[in-house]
Design a binder for this molecule. Sequence first.
Ligand code: 5GP
Length: 201
Amino acid sequence: MTTDRTGILLLVSGPSGSGKTTLCRRLADEGEAIYSTSCTTRPSRDGELDGHDYHFLDRDTFEQKVTNGEFLEYAEVHGNLYGTLKTEVLSHLIEGVDVVMDIDVQGADQVRNSNDTSIDAALVDVFVMPHTEEELVKRLTGRGSDSQDVIELRMKNALGEITHCSKYTYRLLSNTREQDYHQFKSLIVAERLKLSRFKNH
Ligand code: 5GP
């Protein structure tokens, strides 16, 4: 699909348990954007599919891709490496296709500082925030697939991530799933109207 405008890069961060992955996936499932599938060295969880949820790589393969300059950004999160391949993003933006990416606050800093004019023009960053700390604990423990140690590490990291919220243009305070998605989708719908995105404006 080619459009008369350049694509939007919707960058979404927020602590684990904020619901951001669900929002990103739904946007992609509804055909509003392409989901940028990240690479990771963490083991897959039950039900996760290689190539869909992540490209699951061993550390050597990941590091080789770093050396080859294949990543738009990468970071160590919760003790594992995560990164976005340039091929998941750049060509889509030029073709006018919107891309949604779910990455941590360190990766977001790198994307903001990428010095790539097509990224700068495309970027829309949003931080998804749980309503309260209690809600965050409930969501982190409710996933059921992670051990107590992992939950505690994620909680600590979550509170650290929240301190980066002020760097983002938009903040979405999580409420009900439907309300969150309505606001989230509204963002991309409004961004599509920006005159500067049209090739012949
Ligand atoms: P999870 O292991 O729960 O799927 O993800 C853990 C964290 O890694 C989340 O905060 C998620 O946003 C982040 N993450 C996922 N993919 C990437 C990526 O490609 N780059 C970076 N920097 N963070 C990522």
